[in-house]
Design a binder for this molecule. Structure first.
Ligand code: CP3
Length: 356
């Protein structure tokens, strides 16, 4: 199926082809900082009910695009849909993080896990992708996503969010074989999940390795990188996904850009603690970069948003291969007006940099 896109800046930048200006989207662009999102979530009853109703998920996916001139849409869902479908019992208590009723703690717990059925428990995700593609009607590309095997293991073993995820790290030290058995079944699930999203119509795929930065260099290679590399390899051989760009985002893993680029992915996410110009000099010949404005800048004045967004664009410079984004998700207190300032600044200054 030929894909007719009215705005393909995002896909071109990922392929490191020239663009008229720098494309951007915002991690968590459909979220609580938007009053219309809060209204739809209210109607749904809960975050999970919202994510599991394809029509409502489609509605909130499109909300930020109605307000801002963004260059990509991202499926409204969550990384924890996979462990939920594996039977761990996910809930989000209002104002608190995720919670699993049945965390994975023992060899028996790991042995019970199986790859979920993409046409069964996770069908609602694929239905949402199909519906969003139809409603987008080629305006901008749709990003599908998954958590990384390591990051999903963090939540599955811990059972909830944590500052240091000490329990899953202890499993890595004490029971490495069990840890690898767990990561293997998650890797297979993530691969099947991303391929199913590609088949349903996702046009780029992103892997969120939010907790990769918690690991030391050797453990990062063993528990995080290795499994993301396995996912990238599998995506490259499957007919539905082999032509799709793959973005890997290991938050807090600034020492690992070269190794991440070696996986053969298309682009790397960069959090705000790195100088994106320096990262470009390290790996920009091999991958595109996505980032990296500090999300807290959006809580400052519009003048500061403008100045800091320009600084990120200037640091990357006049080179192909930059997708502007925040260095992590947008937070609920942000004034949507500042997002408008950000989008307009990035497009205008991106043009200036390119002299177009
Ligand atoms: O970017 C987008 O707009 C797409 C939607 C999206 C959500 N979660 C919606 C969401 C994406 C891409 C995610 C990914 C996700 N989910 C990650 C990786 C990215 C990251 O932020 O590091 C992680 C670690 C999760 C797990 C998760 N989901 C947590 C820890 C929480 C609670 C913390 C919080 O921000 O409230 C969620 C809930 C969640 N996922 C919300 C949204 C909009 C807020 C829930 C609500 O509306 O009440």
């Amino acid at each position: 199926m030929a894909v007719e896109l009215k705005n393909d800046r995002f896909l071109r930048a990922l392929r490191r082809e020239p663009t008229d200006t720098t494309p951007l989207w915002v991690m968590r662009q459909a979220g609580r900082y938007l009053p219309e999102y809060r209204a739809t979530r209210e109607r749904a009853g809960s975050f999970m009910a919202l994510a599991q109703a394809p029509e409502l998920a489609c509605e909130v996916t499109l909300q930020p695009l109605a307000r801002f001139d963004l260059d990509a849409a991202i499926l409204f869902s969550d990384i924890l849909t996979i462990p939920d479908a594996m039977g761990l019992g996910l809930t989000f208590a209002q104002g608190e993080g995720p919670q699993f009723d049945r965390p994975v703690r023992s060899a028996a717990d790991v042995a019970r896990l199986a790859v979920p059925d993409m046409d069964g428990e996770l069908r609602y995700v694929m239905d949402a992708v199909r519906l969003i593609r139809r409603e987008l009607d080629g305006r901008v590309p749709l990003i599908g996503f998954s958590g990384s095997p390591w990051t999903l293991a963090c939540y599955m073993v811990e059972g909830h969010g944590s500052k240091d995820f000490a329990r899953v790290k202890a499993m890595g030290w004490n029971e490495p074989a069990l840890m690898h058995q767990l990561l293997s079944v998650i890797e297979k699930s993530v691969t099947a999940y991303l391929i199913a999203q590609a088949e349903a119509g996702a046009q780029a795929l992103m892997v969120f390795d939010t907790w990769g930065g918690l690991l030391g260099p050797k453990a990062f290679g063993e528990f995080s990188l290795r499994y993301m590399a396995g996912v990238v390899d599998a995506l490259k051989v499957h007919a539905a996904s082999r032509d799709l760009p793959v973005i890997l985002f290991s938050k807090g893993a600034n020492g690992h850009f070269e190794a991440l680029a070696d996986t053969g992915c298309t682009a790397l996410g960069v959090d705000w603690t790195a100088d994106i110009g320096e990262v470009r000099r390290r790996v920009g010949g091999r991958v595109a970069l996505q980032g990296n404005l500090d999300p807290s800048v959006l809580r400052a004045t519009p003048e500061i948003v403008e100045r800091e967004a320009k600084a990120v664009l200037d640091a990357f410079g006049n080179h192909p291969g930059h997708v502007f984004n925040l260095g992590h998700g947008i937070t609920p207190e942000v004034d949507p007006e500042n997002v408008k300032v950000l989008v307009d600044t990035v497009h205008a200054h991106g043009r200036t940099i390119r002299g177009s």
